[in-house]
Design a protein around this ligand. Structure first.
Ligand code: ZN
Length: 138
């Protein structure tokens, strides 16, 4: 069953997370094991990009059911919020961008245990349930 993005619903998700950077969602053709991904990407090749030059690049499996795709978008937008929080902590977008991305490159931190148990993953999974209880954001 195919899915399409519901623009108004996505706007609500962005509003609820209070995301400051643009969100771009792309379907990926990967296997069913890969639900989605989140990456911060620089929109320009400027030597020292500022915060506003970044955007959230989110991929969601094209073959997921609409139900699963919606939960995945919530999950990945939670990571987007985490990324913005990391960036605003340091006040140095470029450096904090790097540190945020390094934090999520889990294969470099095997000592932290299983991927699914990482704090940012546990937090993002909690937001998946919001997909069924979406409320208007004002
Ligand atoms: Zn995740």
């Amino acid at each position: 069953m195919a899915w399409i993005i519901d623009g108004p619903e996505l706007d609500q998700v962005i509003c609820i997370f209070d995301l400051k950077l643009p969100v771009r969602i792309q379907k990926h053709q990967g296997g069913s094991q890969l639900l989605g991904t989140h990456q911060l990407k620089a929109a320009t090749e400027a030597p020292t990009p500022v915060f506003s030059h970044y955007y959230h690049h989110i991929t969601v499996g094209a073959r997921l059911t609409p139900w699963r795709a919606s939960r995945t978008i919530w999950h990945e937008c939670a990571h987007a919020k985490q990324a913005e929080a990391e960036m605003s902590k340091s006040g140095q977008p470029f450096d904090s961008l790097r540190s945020a991305q390094a934090f999520w490159r889990m294969d470099e931190k095997p000592s932290l245990g299983r991927y699914v148990d990482y704090p940012h993953e546990v937090e993002a999974r909690r937001y998946e349930d919001y997909a069924e209880f979406i409320t208007p954001c004002v």
